[in-house]
Write a protein that binds this ligand. Structure first.
Ligand code: ADP
Ligand code: ZN
Length: 609
């Protein structure tokens, strides 16, 4: 008798309920359907194919681009009593032949393979003779030539649709943008597949942005508040990575640098320490990121602005995959922008591509400067309908110091309207400031009523205002890609033009009296994942026990039990196995292997009075 998805969820993985679209996806794939799954990092993509793998007969083949990811997944599945193995270049010949024997004997529920391993040699031929449950293609955006993670081998996965037409295929990614999505569908032959899109909101992540004053001091203060949790700090250059890592180390934190200039050995040692340890802080360039599945990263800090709002979302998304509270913290200042602009201008991309990159950077600057809810801006940018203020970002949590910019905003909208919605912010600001350039004269823009009506703000303030109007949806870039600004949402624009609403914003101080404002305290930046109802002594004892288990087996601690599970144990203080069995993350196999030991740890710690 094959178990139902719900039973597998409880008995194997120890979870009580599916999350978001998981139930629908699992049902669809169990019934033999193919699927494209778009879910944010931490959304729970793995269960979407792991459960059908266990409910359907035959072996599920999972294509994954990174060896570390495969190792963690296989380790975690085996802990849960699932018959899983991996074939990739880091496996010994012995291990590979064992895997191969098990596969042919029908003893594997899941086989993880690298794309190279699947496509080179005769693996495909040999799989064709075996009963297969499904193909899962993880990190499916690697097939996209536009994306930053393009893997040429992924293109050849098109062969799966041809050779295995009757086997369901499920492609999964955390990259949401429509172009990437269309590329995945076309290249993997998923035209007939159902698409499942989860919200890309990460409600457990608290976004905290600060003006950059003394980044070193600010970072130290922030990290000092993180109670020794694991985190990632992103900096712009190798040099800055080294400097910030030394600063943290000197202050007693377990911090390491990570960048492309280090030897491969040092990089993989850093990665291993981060994965296996708890409380390690990695200071990295963007080279560090993909393939890190660590669920208990409690904070991601940016000491420099990333290159786009997409990059910011991806990088901050590495915090809090386990759903527990996490912090995305960033210091930013106007000095961050010129190097990023130069980087785009100096690249050998064509002019159209450069315009797109500048636009993406502008979106990020608009986000950073905004005085309205960060999450709303981020989600609007990701194409999700507007919700309400989140209550979990600096703007929502801390008193707003915006000023009334209703009048300048109306002038900006008039300038857009009077010039026909065809010009970018640079030109519009020129017009508002009464510029007398050849371009303005030849366009006749010196004859417009809006020419020279904006002298109350300086150029930098106007640029900020335009970016924020874009970030909030009052203005949008014209669809032709030339960077012209047009009116955005009618429901926003009209009341503002009619003078029915007031608009507050934080603008940079005027250039003439800019000195480096103070500010940027630590409100709201306290411990990320505390659990008030938990006995800290017991939780510490459970963590120490877990670390020892993980060490003995050469696994990351979270593969034994997630923090969430340890917190639940410390809260409930179970005294018998059946009490333990109801706790999240404890399935049948883990109960059998660790149940008694966990009860012993609980018993050894007397409850606080
Ligand atoms: P993704 O691959 O989408 O980033 P994962 O599959 O790694 O996410 O899942 C993220 C975390 O959420 C994992 O720790 C996983 O065990 C947990 N998780 C997934 N689905 C559920 C669920 N239905 N109930 C509880 N925890 C879940
Ligand atoms: Zn908010």
């Amino acid at each position: 008798m094959t178990p139902t998805p719900k039973q597998v969820l409880r008995e194997v993985f120890g979870y009580d309920a599916f999350r978001g679209p998981q139930a629908a996806i699992v049902e669809h794939v169990c019934a033999g359907g193919s699927a494209l799954v778009l879910m944010p990092t931490g959304g729970g993509k793995s269960l979407c194919y792991q459960i059908p793998a266990l409910c359907r007969s035959g072996t599920a083949v999972v294509v994954s681009p990174l060896i570390a990811l495969m190792q963690d997944q296989v380790g975690a599945l085996r802990q849960a009593g699932v018959r899983a193995a991996a074939l990739h270049s880091a496996e010994s010949a012995d291990a590979a032949s064992t895997t191969w024997r098990e596969l042919q004997a029908g003893q594997l529920d899941l086989l993880y393979v690298s794309p190279e391993r699947l496509l080179n040699g005769d693996l495909i031929e040999r799989l064709a003779d075996l009963p297969l449950a499904l193909f899962a293609i993880d990190e499916a955006h690697c097939v996209s030539q536009w994306g930053h993670d393009f893997r040429p081998e992924y293109l050849q996965l098109a062969v799966l649709a041809e050779r295995f037409a009757a086997i369901p295929r499920i492609a999964l990614t955390a990259t949401a943008d429509p172009r990437t999505r269309a590329e995945i569908v076309a290249r993997l032959g998923l035209e007939q597949a159902a698409t499942f899109i989860d919200s890309f909101d990460r409600p457990n992540i608290r976004y905290l942005l600060r003006d950059k004053t003394e980044p070193r001091r600010q970072l130290l203060d922030f990290v000092a508040n993180q109670q020794g949790h694991s985190g990632i700090v992103y900096a712009r250059s190798r040099k800055r990575v080294e400097e910030f890592a030394s600063t943290l180390k000197a202050a007693g934190h377990d911090a390491l640098p990570y960048h492309a200039g280090l030897s491969p050995e040092r990089r993989s040692a850093a990665l291993e320490r981060f994965r296996l340890g708890s409380g390690v802080v990695v200071v990295a360039t963007i080279a560090f990121g993909m393939g890190i599945d660590k669920p208990d990263v409690r904070f991601v800090a940016h000491v420099d602005l990333p290159k786009s709002l997409e990059a910011y979302y991806q990088e901050t998304g590495r915090a809090g995959r386990d759903g527990l509270p996490a912090i995305a913290w960033m210091v930013h200042g106007s000095g961050d922008v010129p190097p990023l602009r130069r980087f785009i201008d100096d690249s050998d991309a064509d002019p159209a591509q450069k315009r797109i990159e500048h636009g993406r950077l502008n979106a990020l600057i608009g986000f950073a400067e905004a005085s309205s809810c960060r999450r709303r801006i981020l989600l609007r940018y990701l194409g999700e309908a507007d919700g309400s203020d989140c209550g979990n970002c600096d703007v929502c949590l801390e008193p707003n110091q915006g000023t009334d910019v209703t009048e300048p905003a109306r002038k900006a909208l008039s300038a857009v309207y009077r010039t026909g919605g065809r010009f970018g912010a640079a030109h519009l600001v020129d017009v508002l400031l009464g510029g007398d350039t050849a371009r303005i004269r030849s366009l006749g823009h010196d004859q417009l009523g809006v020419h020279g009506i904006g002298k109350e703000l300086d150029r930098g303030q106007w640029r900020s205002l335009f970016r924020q109007l874009s970030a909030r949806g009052y203005l949008v870039a014209a669809a032709d890609g030339h960077g012209g600004l047009q009116f955005g949402d009618d429901a926003l624009v009209r009341p503002l033009l009619r003078g029915e609403t007031r608009l507050d914003m934080r603008l940079p101080s005027a250039a003439k009296d800019r000195r480096g404002a103070a500010g940027g305290g630590g409100a709201g930046a306290g411990p990320a994942a505390g659990a008030d109802t938990v006995d800290p002594g017991l939780l510490a004892a459970l963590k120490a026990w877990r670390l020892e288990q993980a060490r003995q087996q050469g696994l990351p601690p979270y593969v034994v039990f997630h923090d969430r599970t340890l917190i639940a144990i410390a809260e409930r203080r179970p005294t018998a196995l059946d009490e333990l069995a109801g706790i999240t993350g404890i399935g049948t196999a883990k109960l059998a292997s660790y149940g008694e030991a966990v009860l012993a740890v609980v018993g050894s710690q007397t409850a606080p009075a």
